[in-house]
Write a protein that binds this ligand. Structure first.
Ligand code: 6GU
Length: 236
């Protein structure tokens, strides 16, 4: 998968993209990222990416010119493994709410483009000029699309076959029900060493070595936890 990220703050991404599962997925060649700085596509002397809204009001609006030029450049890029135009995603609070089923759908795309805004919003002609899927990550306001882009990238890349490594994929086969296949359940309680910690002990069943009993206990715990904390998930 190839992911193009258009942002005014490309420097906030590398540490995040370079570590843990995302870093390993890149090393394995499962995903590659191309960061594009929208400011590089301005043509005026002051490299101005935003301006005041017509009609007045607070804040600044992302100008259409640099964004159009940046997206057109992204779409022109066909090199190496990048041979298809990207599915385009615009990150904004007015978008469709991101969830696991959207993650599963997007994880199948060969190429994605994530457009991160900032300030009060995008000039509306940016929406008119391209065919975007508009996505929000929840009902709260963030100051830009960078964190939402990272959230989406994280959720997608771990769904690419091979991204999680052998140990985890074996587990996920027997428990796909808990790991993102519908119906989604919340995760069961996990324990590691020591067996006894400050008077709290690990449930006997997990030490029994009886894998069928452990599997049943975990499923039961996951259902219990879901019923108690997120009954809305069971209705879906
Ligand atoms: Cl995608 N962008 C912004 N600015 N705020 C958000 C969001 C996106 N999703 C939730 N809040």
């Amino acid at each position: 998968m190839h992911i193009d990220i258009l942002t005014l703050f490309p420097e906030v991404f590398p540490a995040f993209l370079g570590h843990s599962i995302l870093g390993i997925a890149q090393e394995k060649g499962l995903v590659e990222f191309h960061l594009w700085n929208i400011r590089d596509f301005t043509q005026d002397k002051h490299k101005k990416v935003d301006d005041r809204p017509f009609g007045g009001g607070p804040g600044m609006v992302l100008r259409p010119e640099p964004v159009f030029r940046a997206i057109e450049e992204v779409e022109k890029e066909v090199s190496g493994t990048v041979t298809v135009p990207p599915r385009k995603i615009l990150l904004c609070p007015q978008g469709a709410r991101f969830n696991q089923s959207m993650a599963r759908e997007l994880a199948r795309e060969p190429r994605l483009m994530l457009l991160c805004g900032h300030y009060e919003g995008f000039d509306e002609r940016i929406r008119q000029g391209f065919d975007f899927l508009e996505v929000s990550i929840g009902d709260y306001v963030l100051s830009g699309g960078e964190v939402p882009a990272m959230v989406i990238i994280d959720a997608l890349v771990r769904l690419i076959p091979g991204a999680l490594g052998d140990e985890f994929s074996t587990v996920s086969e027997s428990f796909s029900e808990m790991l993102g296949e519908p119906p989604v359940l919340l995760e069961y309680p996990q324990y590691t060493r020591p067996r006894e910690f400050r008077g709290m002990s690990v449930p006997e069943v997990l030490l029994s070595g009886d894998h069928e009993k452990i599997r049943k206990w975990r499923l039961e715990q996951a259902r219990l936890r879901t019923r108690q904390r997120r009954p809305d998930l069971l209705k879906e």
